[in-house]
Design a protein around this ligand. Structure first.
Ligand code: SAH
Length: 259
């Protein structure tokens, strides 16, 4: 299952993109084309997003991060397609549109303290860091956490912290956070630890699966919605459902390793 994407009608299959070599110039051109696609999809979903364009800072960050460095093998040829891709361990790199929208909803920017839950390959982590945010990211699968930490360092993202552990419990040493961004779907409710670790005035962006999901004949299509939870200065939270989405599950209550 590839996840981390906006849920679209089944007829809207992603088109095949042109294969590209990985030299800098073609990657840059492919990124520019991807940015145009993201801008177009934002326009098409403007009613749901409540805006017709994302913050320029977010688009600039998307333009800078070399997505082909976050996937391996044959997936590299598809790195600049606006779709999620498999990254091994049954996990995925999220759809670029979704990464951009979540970064925008989190209001990531210079000096903003962000907790990301679900590092995966580290792509969203890098986009957050490119906005100038101060990023702490937690990943449950040790191999993914190690590989992402190594990759982010190699690409020059020296200030991000990657930890291995159960991010459903947040990461208390860095709390409170101005923004928390979860890239795996919680079931039924927002994990209480994440609400606790959100600073007053903060924003929490999380896919949540409602009402047990729906089982089709050949596929399981859970009902997930992307939520934006805002905490006001007095600590009260307000929730807004933004988009129907499809993400891999957030594993809760497991005995993840902490480092
Ligand atoms: N942020 C990634 C997408 C990651 S997919 C990107 O930029 O593309 C979701 C990730 O959440 C997976 O790597 C999965 O292992 C991780 N995950 C699931 N449950 C978790 C938990 N409780 N704590 C931390 N990570 C978790």
């Amino acid at each position: 299952m590839v996840s981390g994407r906006r849920l679209q009608p089944l007829s809207a299959e992603p088109h095949e993109g042109s294969a590209l070599s990985n030299d800098e110039e073609s990657s840059e051109r492919a990124r520019e084309a991807l940015l145009r696609e993201i801008a177009q999809e934002v326009l098409e979903t403007s009613d749901l997003l409540g805006k017709s364009a994302l913050a320029p800072r977010v688009m600039t960050a998307m333009a800078k991060v070399p997505r082909h460095e976050f996937v391996t093998g044959a997936q590299r040829l598809l790195a600049y397609e606006n779709r999620p891709l498999p990254i091994g361990h049954g996990q995925t790199i999220s759809q670029p549109y979704m990464v951009a929208v979540m970064t925008d909803l989190a209001a990531a920017g210079p000096g903003v303290r962000v907790l990301e839950v679900g590092t995966g390959c580290g792509y969203q982590t890098a986009v957050l860091a490119e906005t100038g945010a101060q990023v702490t990211s937690v990943e449950l699968v040790p191999q993914l956490a190690d590989a992402a930490a190594e990759r982010l360092k190699r690409l020059g993202y020296h200030d991000v912290e990657v930890h291995c552990g159960d991010g459903a419990k947040g990461w208390p040493p860095g709390a409170p956070y101005d923004a928390i961004l979860v890239t795996a779907a919680a079931v039924g409710r927002v994990p209480p630890a994440l609400l606790d670790q959100l600073a007053p005035g903060g924003r929490l962006v999380i896919p949540v699966e409602r009402s047990g999901g729906r089982r089709g004949l050949f596929s399981f299509r859970p009902e997930q919605e992307l939520l934006l939870v805002s905490k006001d200065p007095e600590g009260r939270t307000v929730e807004r459902s933004v988009l129907p989405v499809a993400f891999v599950p957030l594993i809760e209550g497991g005995g993840g390793l902490h480092s």
